[in-house]
Design a protein around this ligand. Structure first.
Ligand SMILES: [Zn+2]
Length: 309
């Protein structure tokens, strides 16, 4: 039996408000997956998993469900299925959307999913935009260090997915990347304000989840893609702001975290320890981590792929 771990979910789609995107699943696939997990593993509620985890009592084969990024599609599509099976889960919430910030990570993803038939069409436009800009030389030079081994833990990423992420995170960095994407968006009819309305959960959704015994956890304030490259001060600011906004919202302490984009370093773990966070989740199943702030998770896409759901 596999070691105890979480199952990590992000995007869901339906026929109404939530468009299909890369890696997204619908409620039927989700339900099939739940049925499979219940049959194959011991699927625990959030509270039971948490209590066992902090006491080092988790057994092999004991798993839990986790949802990252406070997405409204999770609430609309996945929550009713969880309720049907009497399950609770961990929900990892980044807080900047509650302060009115339309975080680009999600906007850009929505842009990719709704404005392009295939993600490869988007990658083409993205490459063309760079090639016709003054980032061209920088990216061309930087890509000399790129290989298919990059992000090799994410078996469901294609070569193109990896290259795009490499350019975004390792060559351009946030500011330059935003400039490229914003130029790309400006050339289309994509309306950011309109799209934003339905992307994230609101305060009431979070309060409601908490009331229903789901576990609300940290996920940083602005969801940087490379937390480990930030200074101590910036990292502290990310997690303190996140902590304050969420604890104010649910009026309770928070004890869990998942690392945005699986990025953290020793400074991050110290900050989380200072906030008295008890358990934390990574975003893959890699071996060799003993800290309770580095628990393994498997991405739902790997299961969906393996099971052919
Ligand atoms: Zn995230």
């Amino acid at each position: 039996m596999e070691k105890p771990h979480g199952i990590m979910f992000h995007h869901f789609h339906d026929k109404f408000e939530h468009p299909k995107g890369q890696g997204s699943i619908d409620k039927i696939q989700f339900e099939k997956l739940i049925i499979y997990l219940k049959k194959t593993y011991k699927l625990l509620n959030a509270e039971d998993w948490y209590n066992k985890a902090i006491k080092n009592q988790l057994l092999n084969g004991e798993i839990c469900l986790t949802f990252d990024d406070n997405l409204k599609c999770q609430y609309d599509v996945a929550l009713p299925v969880l309720e049907k099976y009497g399950l609770t889960a961990f929900w990892f919430i980044y807080s900047s959307p509650f302060t009115g910030v339309m975080e680009r990570l999600e906007i850009y993803r929505n842009f990719r999913s709704t404005m392009y038939q295939k993600v490869s069409d988007f990658y083409n436009d993205f490459d063309n935009e760079i090639n016709s800009s003054n980032e061209y030389e920088k990216v061309k030079f930087g890509l000399k260090n790129f290989s298919n081994n990059y992000l090799s833990d994410f078996s469901f990423y294609s070569y193109e997915d990896k290259k795009y992420r490499y350019v975004r995170d390792n060559i351009l960095g946030p500011k330059r990347y935003y400039r490229v994407m914003d130029r790309l968006i400006k050339k289309t009819k994509f309306n950011i304000d309109e799209k934003c309305k339905n992307l994230w959960m609101g305060e009431n959704h979070i309060k409601n989840l908490n009331k229903k015994n789901h576990f609300i956890g940290l996920h940083s304030h602005s969801h940087p893609t490379m937390m480990k490259s930030l200074s101590l001060k910036k990292q502290k600011n990310e997690y303190l702001t996140n902590y304050n906004i969420l604890t104010d919202m649910i009026n309770e302490s928070i004890f869990c975290v998942s690392h945005p984009c699986n990025s953290y370093n020793n400074l991050t773990l110290e900050i989380l320890n200072d906030l008295r966070i008890k358990i934390g989740f990574r975003a893959n199943m890699k071996e060799g981590f003993i800290s309770k702030l580095e628990l393994p998770r498997i991405d739902h896409s790997i299961l969906i792929q393996n099971l052919n759901l």
